[in-house]
Each structure stands twice: as structure tokens, then as C-alpha cells.
Design a binder for this molecule. Structure first.
Ligand code: PEP
Length: 248
């Protein structure tokens, strides 16, 4: 049985004042019927961890370096994230692939570092609009999945997020049939590679999830939750998405 997961990605948004949104979210959902994760900027991790015990939220990083420590100015290691209270880390987000040229090989190395630090990696895959138009969506995603998810991955240390690049922050979403097709494909690929363990990986959909479309997306087979950007910044919106997942 896969535990449903509502994951918020704050990206490069959030100052200490925005922790009020977390307080409001917790007040509205003190005992959520699904796992709830917020990945704030690293600067807020310790403050969110300070609230640990007062809320059931898991916290996570948005990236980590593949090395445990060393001369890598500006980077943060998986062990540092864990030390600050993180239990998860998002890896291979399309914004990091685009802004920092991250490759599947690098994402895989980071996933291994995350595993060593005891973090669960949320590994993102997804096609560009040009790739979808060209009919190569499944080929692109299959290649990303194969090269980004390391050998020995399990449902406990790895979550896969399908995030079509063209749907992130645009207000556009794939059709339900398109989401279902990709999630079914991801499940089949994981099962082919990892056997029975392939059924243990949680599969999240991400890309313009909001209260108005969450219920229909969560009703799809093999959608175990969502990775939410913009709508995770406001307690009311993220809370409504959590409620939709609880009801699914
Ligand atoms: C994301 O950043 O992972 C994301 C899905 O963003 P948004 O929900 O804003 O499209």
C-alpha cells in the first residue's frame, strides 16, 4: 500500500514571514490523512524543523550536491539537509536541468548521495512541449527514468514525479488521459526494472496542480499524489489540495 504524498516545492520563494503559511496549514490540517511534505528554500529548513513536534509535516531540500562535503562553494550536501531536519530532497527538477544543465547522470549521483544520507529522493522526469509535439514523450521519460534512478532504488528511498516541463508554472495541464498514460508507463518501467518493488514507488504528478483540478488528477490510477509549486505557497490552496488527496 503506497502512502499518498502531497509535496510542496517553494522554489526560490519564502522568507521567515512566510512560515505563517505553514502555521496556518498545520492549524487547518493537524492530522492529515496523507503524507505532507514542504520543500522550502534551504534557509528556512532549520526554522521549519524547529517547529517539529508541533506539526506532522515532513520537510525537504530542493537539490543537493553529489558529494558529502568539500570545496563546492554555494552547494549543499544531502547530509547537511538531513542535519537541518530534511527527510526528502527534490532532484532533477526541470528548472535545475534547464538553469544548471543538470544531466541524468548527475541526478543519479545525487540520488545515491541522498540515499547515503538517509533522504528520500523525489526524482523529476518530464518532456518539453517540443518533445510532446514530436511524439517522443514516453521515449524521453523512459530515458530520464532509466538514467536518473539509481540501481537498488526502493519505494522507501525514491519517489518519481512526472512533471511535463510545459505545464510547470503555466496554468496548463496535460489531459487526464495523457497523465494516465505516462503514469502507467512509469509504473510498467519500474516494475520491469525492479520487479515487485516497482509497485512500491510513489508516483507524483506535478505541473499546475491547483484546488480546481486536484480531485480529477488524484482519481487516476498510479497517481499517488502531487508535486506542487505555486499553489503550495498559500495554506488555503495547498490545504485544499491535501484535502482532495485525503479524499481520493
Ligand atoms: C513544480 O515546481 O514542481 C511545479 C509543479 O510547479 P507549479 O505547480 O507551479 O506548476
Amino acid at each position: 500500500m503506497r502512502r499518498k504524498l502531497a509535496a510542496g516545492n517553494w522554489k526560490m520563494n519564502g522568507l521567515a514571514a512566510n512560515l505563517a503559511e505553514v502555521t496556518a496549514l498545520v492549524a487547518a490540517h493537524p492530522t492529515p490523512g496523507c503524507e505532507v511534505l514542504i520543500c522550502p528554500p534551504a534557509t528556512l529548513l532549520a526554522q521549519m524543523n524547529w517547529q517539529k513536534g508541533k506539526h506532522p509535516l515532513a520537510i525537504g531540500g530542493q537539490d543537493c550536491h553529489a558529494k558529502a562535503a568539500g570545496a563546492h562553494t554555494g552547494d549543499i550536501s544531502a547530509a547537511m539537509l538531513a542535519d537541518a531536519g530534511a527527510r526528502f530532497v527534490i532532484l532533477g527538477h526541470s528548472e535545475r536541468r534547464a538553469d544548471h544543465g543538470e544531466t541524468n547522470t548527475e541526478v543519479r549521483a545525487k540520488a545515491l548521495a541522498a540515499r547515503s544520507a538517509g533522504l528520500t529522493a523525489v526524482i523529476c522526469v518530464g518532456e518539453t512541449e517540443a518533445e510532446r509535439d514530436a511524439g517522443t514523450t514516453l521515449a524521453v521519460i523512459g530515458a530520464q527514468l532509466a538514467a536518473s534512478v539509481p540501481e537498488g532504488a526502493t519505494g522507501a528511498d525514491t519517489v518519481v514525479a512526472y512533471e511535463p516541463v510545459w505545464a510547470i508554472g503555466t496554468g496548463r495541464t496535460p489531459t487526464l488521459a495523457q497523465i494516465a498514460e505516462v503514469h502507467g508507463f512509469l509504473r510498467a518501467e519500474l516494475a520491469a526494472r525492479f520487479g515487485a518493488e516497482g509497485n512500491a514507488f510513489r508516483l507524483l504528478y506535478g505541473g499546475s496542480v491547483k484546488p480546481s483540478n486536484a480531485t480529477e488528477i488524484f482519481a487516476l490510477a498510479d497517481v499517488d499524489g502531487a508535486l506542487v509549486g505555486g499553489a503550495s505557497l498559500k495554506a488555503a490552496d495547498f490545504g485544499a489540495i491535501i484535502a482532495a488527496l485525503e479524499a481520493a
